[in-house]
Design a protein around this ligand. Structure first.
Ligand code: UGA
Length: 440
């Protein structure tokens, strides 16, 4: 099948390469010439495990081309809209300019019978509005919504082998044709048993935002519990293990720590609240404002923990040398958008601390946002001479650090485990004052 993918960010670049890997002919389009230049040369503009392999094999096969020329979408049967919907400047609502611009630019190149498929996370009602926009242009192309659930760091596998497919289809004469087109796009996953949920446009938009809202709520729930366990000397990890055995609850996304960040969860819950308020339904999702507040509080809590642990080794945080391990919003990613780790590092710097940070992949992206942030080339370099160590992103190489080796590098033995990822007993045995999130 001939497919166009409009938008080559985390979502679009992976989707384009994955579709080509599945055997489709793909034209991937973006307005950013520098990004297109890199991708066309087989270089990924961001870190995503597995993407370089399918990118280079798809380019070599000739099934994947990158261009800034939207007219190259002409002749494709299915057009995926995969542009970003970031938080608007000065409001909590999603910024829809990129989606609107992509569809507006695509319309002149559509043929009757084409299917435009939205993948971006959008406020409910967007798909119906875009469908009307296409019809009003005189085009006889149809529009469907097919939300994406990929996680950064696992994006290739999540795209090639998703745990479910959701199709939002409009009622009408073209419904069966749209269903058949999407089934053809995803034939490989469907034949492997991936469940398909076929629904209406609005439900499909809500599925995505509800899924992210639920995940964010789960994380803030356990972080709220960790505030309580901290106060009473209980253990949030054991609490999560124990409640997680209940299949109705489940253990995943119950890791307490510095909280969620990234380009999705934080802005999606805010956009959901903003959209619900527009609909006069603010009360229905008011709890998400609390989910956001709990999440933000964890960042301040980590700063307070650093202050406390520094004091325990007779160092003032304002003069301490602090090794911040991790800058990405989570491991296996170089994404620092709304990263709790990066915020902790920069807030400690603002307090006067001598911060030296290290992330295996995100030093560069962190520098783009904070050019003054001091970063190290290795964890060893960051740790050398530190008064306090903060593990802010749970990369495997930090979890695997030998505390005895670290003890030989640092000036004072004080560690804040902001991800509850370390073996507290081993660090304490190596002489560290150890502070975790809601666990002794
Ligand atoms: C999230 C969703 O998980 C995807 O399903 C969705 O497709 C994507 O957003 C999106 O909307 O595009 P992602 O942003 O890649 O994916 O990251 P997650 O793996 O969900 O992690 C989000 C944040 O939660 C990270 O900062 C992570 O460290 C934090 N987290 C996760 C916790 O603090 N505790 C946990 O137990 C799990």
């Amino acid at each position: 099948m001939r497919i166009s993918v409009i938008g080559c960010g985390y979502l679009g670049a992976v989707h384009a390469a994955a579709m080509a890997d599945l055997g489709h002919d793909v034209v991937a389009i973006d307005v950013d010439a520098a990004k297109i230049g890199l991708l066309a040369a087989g270089t990924t503009p961001f870190f995503e495990p597995g993407l370089p392999d399918i990118l280079s094999s798809s380019l070599a096969s000739g099934r994947l081309v990158f261009t800034t020329d939207i007219s190259q979408a002409a002749g494709c049967a299915v057009h995926f809209i995969a542009v970003g919907t970031p938080q608007s400047v000065g409001s909590n609502a999603a910024d829809m300019r990129f989606v609107d611009a992509a569809v507006t630019a695509l319309i002149p190149h559509l043929s009757d019978g084409d299917l435009v498929v939205g993948k971006s996370t959008v406020p409910v009602g967007t798909a119906a509005r875009l469908r009307e926009m296409i019809a009003a242009s005189g085009s006889h192309a149809e529009l469907a919504w097919n939300p994406e659930f990929l996680r950064e760091g696992h994006a290739v596998n999540d795209t090639l082998a998703p745990d479910r497919l959701v199709y939002g289809l409009a009622a009408g004469a073209r419904r069966e044709e749209s269903l058949a087109a999407l089934n053809a796009v995803y034939a490989t996953a469907i034949s492997a048993g991936t469940p398909v949920v076929v629904t209406d446009l609005a439900t499909s938009e809500l599925v995505k935002i509800a899924a992210n809202a639920f995940l964010a709520t789960k994380i803030s729930f356990i972080n709220a519990m960790s505030e309580i366990t901290d106060a009473v000397g209980a253990n949030v990890t054991e609490l999560a293990d124990a409640i997680g055995y209940d299949a109705r609850i489940g253990r995943r996304f119950l890791n307490a720590g510095v909280g969620f960040g990234g380009g999705c969860l934080p802005k999606d819950i805010r956009a959901f609240v903003a959209r619900a308020e527009e609909l006069g339904l603010g009360q229905s999702v008011a709890f998400l404002t609390e989910v956001d507040a709990i999440n933000q509080r964890q960042r301040t809590r980590v700063i307070d923990m650093v202050r406390g642990v520094a004091a325990s080794v007779d160092v003032d945080v304002a003069t301490a040398r602090i090794a911040v391990l991790g800058l990405a919003f989570k491991p296996l990613s170089d994404d620092v958008r709304d990263s709790p780790a990066l915020e902790v590092a920069t807030r400690l710097s603002a307090l006067g601390a001598d911060v030296i940070a290290f992330d295996p992949e995100a030093n560069g992206p962190a520098h783009v946002r904070f050019p003054d942030l001091v970063t190290a080339e290795t964890a060893e370099h960051a740790l050398t001479g530190a008064d306090v160590v903060v593990v802010a992103t749970e990369w495997a190489e930090f979890i695997e650090l030998d505390p005895v080796w670290v003890a030989g590098l640092v000036r004072h033995r004080a560690v804040v485990d902001a991800r509850n990822a370390l073996d507290a007993a081993a660090w304490r045995a190596a002489g560290f004052t150890f502070v975790g999130m809601g666990r002794p």
